[in-house]
Ligand binder design. Structure first.
Ligand code: NAD
Ligand code: UDP
Length: 308
């Protein structure tokens, strides 16, 4: 049985990935519990294939047993959390990937980097294809994340060229679903928790900015497909159906039967105006496309937030 090391494995996406892989791989979950929670992997702790290591990937990691695959997901993903300590965020991205690439090189493992649509910044091309080089403000408040992820991509390709490390870069677009943290500050978790409690729904700016939302099971499915495939990427993964943030708010109110009202607050600095992935490459090379319609995914996420 192969061994997969999953950094950020106790987080939102990482815990779903651990769960999907644990019956077919030995899974080593590495997390420092900054935004992740032990409860996310509690059910896996008794599984004979599962091991949890508390560790910050800013520091080197030594694993005594063979490792065949590294999924590098460790990094806070929500603007609120990644801006909380911007310098640590850059370190997690840059020192973290150097450590994980060193580990992959030593073990001869294939390594997948969870990159992001944020590498496109506030995009001037729409929809975004992988060849678009982006429009990122290198000195803005989102740069610790955007530029950190861009540098991590650079390091992936440099280790590939210099040391033949087997790499795969996936650029993940906004993903939502059960196990997002209610305190996360991301738009789907904010709107649903507000709607369920009957609180005002906080639209930043005029709510006309757009995002494209992918349900977590679709996203995890393609992450594993990308690891199993023979491609370096970068490859966009996400659901190309685009919504304005206002449309999302109205959908959440309707599907949750809430009486919440919309309120408008200041738009955060450098907030991207439009975002929608071109997923032609994922369709053609990985034979993948999302199957969960947004309304269905939002319903499932509302059910999750109602009962936590
Ligand atoms: P998350 O915040 O729920 O999970 C991140 C996990 O990494 C947490 O468990 C956290 O404790 C851990 N972590 C953070 N810094 C660490 C460090 N230095 N060492 C060890 N562990 C550390 O976020 P998520 O939504 O699950 O995102 C997972 C990955 O996917 C991130 O790399 C993120 O940038 C990327 N991504 C996510 C989305 C999305 O919409 N969810 C979009 C684009 C990219
Ligand atoms: N947003 C909002 N209200 C909220 C949280 C977020 O209007 O309570 C907006 C935010 O300004 C952005 C979009 O929703 O335009 C997506 O925000 P999120 O933090 O989820 O993701 P990202 O900006 O990183 O894509």
């Amino acid at each position: 049985m192969k061994t997969a090391l999953i950094t950020g494995g106790a987080g939102f996406l990482g815990s779903h990935l651990c769960e999907l892989l644990v019956d077919k791989r030995r899974v080593i979950c590495v997390d420092n519990f900054f935004t992740g929670r032990k409860e996310n992997v509690d059910l896996l702790l008794k599984h004979p294939n599962f091991k949890l290591i508390e560790h910050d990937i800013i520091d080197p990691l030594w694993i005594d047993e063979p490792v065949h695959e590294v999924y590098n997901l460790a990094c806070p993903a929500s603007p609120v959390h990644y801006q909380f300590n911007a310098i640590r965020t850059i370190k997690a991205n840059v020192l973290g990937i150097i450590n994980m690439l060193g580990l992959a090189k030593k073990h001869g493992a294939r390594i997948l980097q969870a990159s992001t649509s944020e590498t496109y910044g506030d995009p001037l091309e729409h929809p975004q294809t992988e060849s678009y080089r982006g429009n990122v403000n290198p000195i803005g408040i989102r740069a610790c994340y955007d530029e950190g992820k861009r540098c991590a991509e650079t390091l992936m390709f440099d280790y590939h060229r210099a040391h033949q490390v087997d790499i795969c870069v996936v650029r993940i677009f906004n993903t939502y679903g059960p196990r997002m943290s209610a305190q996360d500050g991301r738009v789907v978790s904010n709107f649903i928790t507000q709607a369920v409690k009957g609180e005002d729904i906080t639209l930043y700016g005029d709510g006309e900015q757009t995002r494209s939302f992918c349900y977590v099971s679709d996203l995890i499915d393609v992450i594993v497909k990308a690891m199993d495939a023979k491609l370096t990427g970068p490859v966009n993964i996400g659901n190309p159906v685009e919504y304005t943030i206002r449309q999302l708010a109205e959908m959440v109110i309707r599907l949750s039967g809430s009486n919440s009202k919309l309120v408008f607050q200041d738009l955060p600095e450098d907030d991207p105006t439009r975002r929608k992935p071109d997923i032609t490459q994922a369709r053609e090379v990985l034979g993948w496309e999302p199957v969960v319609p947004v309304e269905e995914g939002i319903r499932k996420t509302i059910d999750y937030f109602k009962f936590i």
